[in-house]
Design a protein around this ligand. Structure first.
Ligand code: 1QQ
Length: 379
């Protein structure tokens, strides 16, 4: 009898104590109405080293939920919890969102490094997860409850490297990356493969820790081979001092970064040193289609600052959740999973969005360069 009880407790169907029955509505698409608000749990890094990403993610989610709730028919109850940039805290919140405080879908966590540990919990519990900023390899492979709207490093970096190689005539580069984070390691792999593909020589590969802030000795080592560019896979807390100290050391070559560089904190904290940083992005902040311009305007009205890529991916995440909920007119977990998987060509601030068969993001990317303190398209 004990074995039977245990099996019942751990089966995906039994783990939800939520109001699932009330989450099935009537009508479809724009006509769908669901009486109870659909519970959405977000797990974001609001404190710790990744807080600058998490902060704008929260803004993007809250803005989207406010707008969706105002439109009505289907409403959302958003609960945002801080993972403190710590996988252990991420696990605690995922256990909460799949257990005592059940959510129909979990958005996040901010970092791939955390997602690798948290997403199996949601998958096991039968709760769909939508990553909005995870770009490392091996996230959606965790299982078929795991989705992401963030383009991977392996999707974006080949375009970044090809565009930079063409723009600057690169022949040889030095690669620097932190080798203690799932995202930065995956970004390194993507850079190495992409550089090889276009025939750019890597004269040296230098590793550091994600918590390092002192790069002068490593930069001196990098400068000694006189590279045409520095290629860096780092999170923002290391990227800012690395870029700043490179410029202080007189290194004026392009610095090519991965997704970690897609934060306006780079320009805010590195100032002029950020000029000439090249980074591939999932969101074109200079696009002038109505969805993008209205998003930028309403974000600025609400928060008094320009949105960044992470805010846009968060905002688009709620567009996708809403599309999936409306497609089945159901806020139940299994319906959301099924209907997310079926989404294609959804108009979002990221462009026309589809999921691949592997539940990864498919939409256009853009290669940007910091010019006069903001991201411009690299021509
Ligand atoms: C990851 C990333 C970070 C830069 C997200 C904020 O891409 O951890 O996958």
């Amino acid at each position: 009898a004990a074995a039977v009880t245990l099996a019942a407790c751990t089966s995906a169907d039994e783990t939800s104590a939520g109001p699932e029955g009330e989450l099935v509505g009537s009508g479809t698409g724009d006509e769908c109405t669901i009486d109870s608000p659909v519970p959405v749990g977000a797990v974001l890094s609001l404190t710790g080293a990744a807080a600058s990403y998490g902060e704008t993610q929260r803004n993007g989610l809250e803005l989207a939920v406010d707008q969706l709730n105002e439109a009505g028919g289907v409403t959302y109850e958003l609960t945002v919890e801080d993972d403190q940039t710590d996988p252990k805290q991420g696990i605690t919140v995922f256990e909460q969102f799949t257990g005592s405080d059940p959510q129909s879908v979990i958005i996040g966590p901010t970092l791939s490094n955390t997602a690798k540990q948290t997403d199996p919990i949601a998958h096991e519990a039968g709760t769909p997860v939508l990553g909005i900023s995870n770009t490392a390899e091996g996230i959606t492979e965790i299982g078929n409850y795991v989705f992401r709207d963030s383009l991977t490093e392996s999707a974006v970096i080949p375009e970044t490297v090809a565009a930079a190689t063409e723009a600057y005539g690169l022949q040889d580069v030095v690669v620097m990356y932190s080798n203690d984070d799932a995202f930065t390691e995956s970004g390194y792999e993507a850079f190495a493969a992409a550089l090889d593909e276009v025939g750019v020589e890597v004269s040296e590969t230098i590793t550091f820790s994600k918590s390092d802030t002192e790069f002068r000795a490593l930069l001196e080592q990098a400068a000694s081979s006189d590279p045409d560019a520095l290629v860096v896979s780092a999170l923002i807390e290391a990227a800012v001092p690395l870029v700043t100290q490179a410029r202080e050391a007189g290194m004026q070559m392009p610095i090519i970064g991965g997704n970690g560089f897609n934060s306006p904190q780079l320009m805010a904290d590195a100032g002029d040193a950020a000029e000439g940083v090249v980074v591939g992005a999932a969101w074109n902040s200079t696009a002038d289609d109505p969805l993008t311009t209205e998003f930028i305007q309403s974000y600025e009205d609400e928060y008094g600052a320009q949105p960044d890529q992470f805010a846009a991916q968060a905002y688009a995440g709620m567009t996708l959740v809403d599309s999936a909920v409306r497609a089945g007119c159901s806020g139940e977990r299994e319906a959301i999973r099924e209907n997310l998987a079926g989404l294609s060509d959804v108009p979002t601030v990221l462009g026309e969005f589809s999921f691949t068969d592997g539940r990864d993001a498919e939409h256009p990317a853009v290669v940007q360069v910091v010019e006069d303190g903001s991201f411009a398209v690299l021509e």
